[in-house]
Design a protein around this ligand. Structure first.
Ligand SMILES: [Zn+2]
Ligand SMILES: [Zn+2]
Length: 655
């Protein structure tokens, strides 16, 4: 097995106690916390001050003007450094590009994302130190743009001072006391990510200021300093820090085979990841030669690097949820754009609007070229669950000429899942639209020999909605009543002897559904053609967009259950509105760090949960087309048995 060695190494990882609780409050070691830890986004005010200082210099002397340009350089450098880390982060999350070369196959969970939320604290610290350096050493103000001699000087100081100093300090940080007081925090990130590089204590980053500062200041004091060296060194330093903490092996092994010396001079993502897995080896900053000199290099590094960098295959998922992009703003919340925003429920953010035009162009490019791709994953009970995305946006599903293209994408995804050995592929949202492909029936008829099971998951959606309806309700008003879900809800409620007022203009379609019910229960299904018919009914189940005027017919105190996407706007202040059917994934889910659109953390749409249950139960039937009403209770009980939980009904108050 290709991944065997990596797995063994991961298993060998020393367990790191979660010290956050142990070090709460006053017991924290000195200089552990960041001085601005409790100031939230106000910490960025420092940069506003720098900008103000640049725009409105307090002095007009020559010295004053120089001081202002320094502010601009510090600001620019901050932005460039932030951008560099962000780009690495994005690349790390592009699973569709790098899934075979991932070092740890685990996912980054919400806990790690939260812990690393303020990964950029060190950028602020470095900017502050830069300002102090400018005040302390006036020679920094008159740097030329370029001085070629500086390259060698800076390089010599890095190799001769920064590398050995970091190596010994890092080893010191692994001594029992310093590790328990400080360095455990950096090692508490389970899966390495470029932001992990910033996830360390204040003290460690102060020390890092010396490591990064010596080559810059040294070069200036020797007289070879320049603006170019400053930018280049800092950005190269960041590049290499990101490289080491990336979870993707990007350095090809044949590079080391062609230039053997290089392997002693530059580390790789595998190299530093080994340090995170087995903390007794690979301490160096960027150059493995120091680990060789200190006899701390991991002997399995070369083999492991070769194995990961040349890996062609990765574990196949057991379950795939096949989604699509909702709209441009939602596209900006995918993990490889901004992982922080992806880790919280979707909401519109005004500061993302400038990204709208470029994302629109990406949408067009995806329409023309892209294939279905992997966007996120988690593990449940030892099996990999992935979310794939059809490269189409919501509005495209309403364009008649786009339908064939979309079905082709879905069909190709199903066939790919079949080839990979996926057990269940679940169609999300509009991918299972009746008018598009008959709720998935099209693909089953076309490919009768599929080994992968195709599911729309709507049996569980129906079950969730039905279980939210109190047992003592004896009459409901149902809109969208002849749709896939509407039909199943009506037939199920009739069995429970609940009178269902089915809003539909089509008597033919109503009668077709009514005839499906046993004769003695048919009287519970009543066709109505106007909203007025429900003015006495306090339980509305709406599967169709409902206008303020239509909502106005509901009596005061009505609860609106809904299966309409997007959910209706709650216009009535005196009524309550339920959320879309959803379930919380079992608590033992691992590596989950993505929110599914507007869903809370750990919660997925009921149809996604339906696919998971189909997979966990190992059901051999396809779940396509009309909902089997007999299955509703079966699916519901199976979901609860596997630890999926219905969401608390938290009605949104209208208004
Ligand atoms: Zn360490
Ligand atoms: Zn590290």
């Amino acid at each position: 097995m290709e991944g065997e060695k990596v797995t063994t190494l991961i298993q060998a990882r020393i367990t790191i106690p979660d010290k956050r609780t142990a070090f709460s409050g006053t017991t924290t070691a000195p200089l552990f916390a960041w001085p601005w830890e409790h100031y939230g986004n106000y910490k960025y005010l420092f940069y506003v001050a720098l900008l103000a200082k640049y725009l409105y210099p307090t002095t007009t002397t020559e010295e004053g003007t120089e001081g202002s340009s320094w502010c601009l350089h510090i600001l620019l450098l901050f932005l460039l450094r932030g951008l560099l880390y962000q780009l690495w982060s994005s690349y790390d999350y592009m699973f569709f590009l790098n899934r075979t070369r991932r070092i740890s196959e685990e996912g980054i969970d919400f806990k790690q994302i939260d812990a690393e939320w303020n990964w950029d604290n060190f950028l602020i610290l470095h900017a502050i130190v830069a300002v102090l350096a400018y005040w302390s050493f006036p020679s920094l103000t008159n740097l030329p743009l370029w001085d070629g001699r500086g390259i060698f000087c800076c390089l010599a100081l890095h190799i001769g001072v920064s590398e050995p100093v970091y190596y010994w300090l890092h080893r010191l940080l692994h001594s029992p006391n310093l590790f328990t007081d400080y360095h455990w925090l950096h090692h508490s990130s389970k899966v390495s990510h470029p932001f992990t590089a910033g996830h360390a204590t204040f003290l460690e980053h102060l020390v890092l200021c010396i490591v990064i500062g010596v080559p810059i200041l040294g070069t200036v004091f020797i007289g070879y300093g320049s603006i170019s060296i400053l930018y280049s060194y800092v950005l190269l330093f960041d590049m290499l820090r990101c490289l080491g903490h990336s979870n993707v092996e990007v350095i090809p092994h044949h590079l080391f085979e062609n230039i053997p010396l290089l392997r002693y001079l530059v580390y790789t993502p595998t190299y530093h990841n080994i340090h995170h897995m087995d903390m007794r080896t690979n301490f160096c900053l960027f150059m493995p030669v120091y680990d060789i000199l200190g006899k701390t290099i991991n002997t399995r590094y070369w083999d492991l690097h070769k194995e990961i960098s040349s890996r062609k295959k990765t574990s196949a998922p057991g379950f795939v949820f096949l989604g699509h992009v909702v709209d441009i703003m939602a596209a900006l919340h995918t993990p490889f754009v901004f992982r922080s925003f992806n880790s919280i429920p979707f909401s519109k953010k005004f500061f993302l609007f400038p990204f709208w035009p470029p994302t629109f162009l990406v949408m067009l490019a995806m329409w023309a070229k892209s294939k279905t791709f992997l966007v996120s994953f988690y593990n449940l009970r030892g099996r990999l669950h992935q979310t794939w995305v059809v490269p189409r946006f919501g509005f495209q599903y309403f364009l008649p000429f786009a339908a064939d293209g979309i079905n082709k994408q879905i069909e190709e995804a199903i066939l790919r899942a079949d080839r990979l050995g996926v057990k269940v592929i679940s169609l999300a949202a509009l991918n299972k639209n009746e008018s598009l492909n008959g709720g998935g029936t099209l693909f089953i008829n076309k490919h009768p020999d599929l080994k992968v099971r195709v599911a729309h998951g709507n049996t569980l959606t129906a079950a969730v909605i039905l279980n939210e309806i109190p047992r003592d309700v004896n009459e409901v008003f149902l809109t969208g009543s002849t749709s896939k879900l509407g039909r199943a809800i009506a037939l199920y409620l009739a069995r429970r002897r609940v009178r269902v007022l089915m809003l539909t203009q089509s008597t033919e379609r109503f009668l077709k559904i009514q005839k499906e019910a046993p004769e003695e229960l048919q009287k519970f299904l009543v066709q109505v053609t106007k909203y007025q018919a429900a003015k006495q009914c306090k339980t509305w189940i709406i599967g169709k967009w409902t206008t303020p005027r239509e909502q106005s017919w509901a009596p005061s105190g009505t609860h609106f259950h809904q299966f309409v996407v997007p959910p209706v706007i709650p216009f009535r202040r005196d009524c309550t509105f339920g959320k879309l059917a959803a379930m919380r994934l079992p608590e033992d889910v691992e590596g989950l760090g993505s929110c599914e659109y507007t869903m809370e953390r750990g919660v997925v749409h009921a149809c996604h949960a339906g696919g998971v249950v189909h997979f966990l139960e190992g059901w051999k039937h396809h779940e396509v087309g009309a909902i089997d009403v007999d299955q509703i209770d079966v699916v519901w009980k199976a979901a609860l048995r596997h630890g999926l939980k219905p969401m608390q009904i938290s009605p949104a108050i209208g208004g």
